[in-house]
Design a protein around this ligand. Structure first.
Ligand SMILES: Cc1cc2nc3c(=O)[nH]c(=O)nc-3n(C[C@H](O)[C@H](O)[C@H](O)COP(=O)(O)OP(=O)(O)OC[C@H]3O[C@@H](n4cnc5c(N)ncnc54)[C@H](O)[C@@H]3O)c2cc1C
Length: 380
């Protein structure tokens, strides 16, 4: 019996699914709505030669040897340690806040904070904002409130004015505290970047005799749902193989329960005639709503452009008003989760449907988590 599968959306989730299915003997037909593959990992080259990621900086990090081994089948990586600074009321400090940050921000009060952090959480640990706030120690709770006020970026890791809890985004560590001098942004075992970039890596992933893909194609114009039987028609013909779906789930059901809200940000790029613009790969400023983060791609590509660099500026994050804007992050609220649950209940009627990735699952996920999810869900 011929094994056929359809993959909708060619970001990291769709590309990984396509490759795993093809490796397992499926003939895989993929559709991507944009004119290019890559989704959130899409890259472009600036006139000065710098490679930038058009949806904002993406750094690969994982604790999973399986994920890293899988990705290295499709391109070489170089070790890269991401370092992020934050500007807090005019003072620039490493984030997650480490002991050097505490000294710079709190002067002679820093040693006492340091001792309390070590006695409560141990040395060389990463402590989340919610653990700080619930630790029972007045001065550490004060530190937590300080982080909430000065370091939680509105609408990214600060959800609403009153929310003291940091969200547990898997790629944002600005609100954590490190109980050491360590200034490494990510705690993961493997941190590396693809030498040629993410797009060539994904192209290699799709380069398989059993994979065909079409860009500039809205898959939902080709696929229809037969709700009574929980089955699919592809170009009007019954399709029985696995359907891998990675776009936002509301779109699959014509947004019948309303749109799932996503946050968006204005991202802009500038080319600058100097060697480096920043002192580290990223500089965040939660207090500046016009530009909450600046990143300099030169730090995480191996492309040397002497005297020239490019920076990416992210404006404040706000709720997407239309699907014209690229959805960045699900706007998680009780209401949006309840809406998602209704769509998920509809989706469960389709036994051959697999919802994968950050949009279809309405979850913040790192690249590594997307790959792990595909590997687990398809377990081929
Ligand atoms: C600002 C930001 C920074 C991030 N930084 C990091 C980081 O540093 N490290 C990290 O590990 N993770 C990071 N992430 C998370 C990472 O971007 C995602 O986990 C990952 O890229 C999601 O991949 P995906 O394939 O699930 O979704 P996407 O990349 O969004 O892919 C979905 C694809 O579906 C396509 N599509 C939509 N509708 C249709 C349709 N009707 N027909 C066909 N195709 C369609 C879209 O065009 C898109 O290509 C970041 C996320 C954001 C928002």
């Amino acid at each position: 019996m011929s094994k056929e599968a359809i993959v909708i959306g060619l970001g990291i989730s769709g590309c990984t699914a396509a490759r795993l299915l093809a490796d397992a003997g499926y003939s895989v037909t993929c559709f991507e709505r944009e004119s290019h593959i890559g989704g959130n990992l899409f890259e472009d080259i600036r006139p000065n030669g710098q490679r930038i990621q058009t949806c904002g900086p993406h750094i690969f990090h994982t604790d999973s040897e399986d994920v890293y081994t899988f990705l290295r089948r499709f391109g070489n990586f170089y070790p890269y340690t991401h370092r992020v600074l934050a500007e807090v009321s005019g003072v620039v400090v490493p984030v997650p806040l480490n002991f050097a940050s505490l000294r710079a921000l709190f002067g002679n009060k820093a040693p006492a904070l340091q001792d309390k952090l070590i006695s409560l959480f141990g040395e060389n640990k990463r402590v989340s904002l919610s653990r700080l706030l619930s630790c029972g120690d007045t001065s550490l709770i004060g530190l937590g409130k300080y982080i909430h006020e000065h370091l939680q970026i509105p609408n990214i890791n600060r959800k609403g004015e009153e929310a003291l809890e940091a969200c547990d985004d898997s790629y944002m560590y600005d609100t954590f505290v490190e109980t050491s001098e360590n200034d490494n942004y990510y705690p993961d075992k493997f941190q590396a970047m693809p030498i040629l970039g993410f797009v060539p890596l994904l192209e290699n992933m799709l380069s398989h005799k059993k994979i065909t893909y079409q860009t500039d194609t809205d898959a939902l114009a080709r696929l229809s749902l037969v709700e009574e039987t929980g089955s699919f028609l592809f170009d009007g013909i019954p399709f029985k193989g696995p359907v891998i779906y990675t776009p936002s789930l509301d779109l699959l059901f014509g947004c019948r329960y309303g749109r799932l809200p996503f946050r968006v940000s204005n991202i802009s790029f500038e080319d600058i005639d100097q060697d480096y613009y920043l002192k580290s790969a990223s500089l965040t400023n939660a207090e500046n709503s016009a530009c909450v983060r600046i990143s300099e791609s030169k730090y995480f590509t191996l492309i040397d452009t002497p005297g020239k660099t490019s920076i990416c500026k992210e404006g404040a994050y706000s709720t997407a008003v239309s699907r014209q804007s690229e959805p960045f992050e699900p706007e998680i609220t009780e209401k949006s989760l309840a809406c998602y649950a209704r769509y998920a209940a509809l989706a469960r009627k389709f036994s051959s449907l697999h919802l994968l990735g950050r949009l279809a699952c309405y979850k913040n996920m790192s690249v590594s988590e997307c790959i792990t999810q595909v590997m687990t869900e398809l377990s081929l």
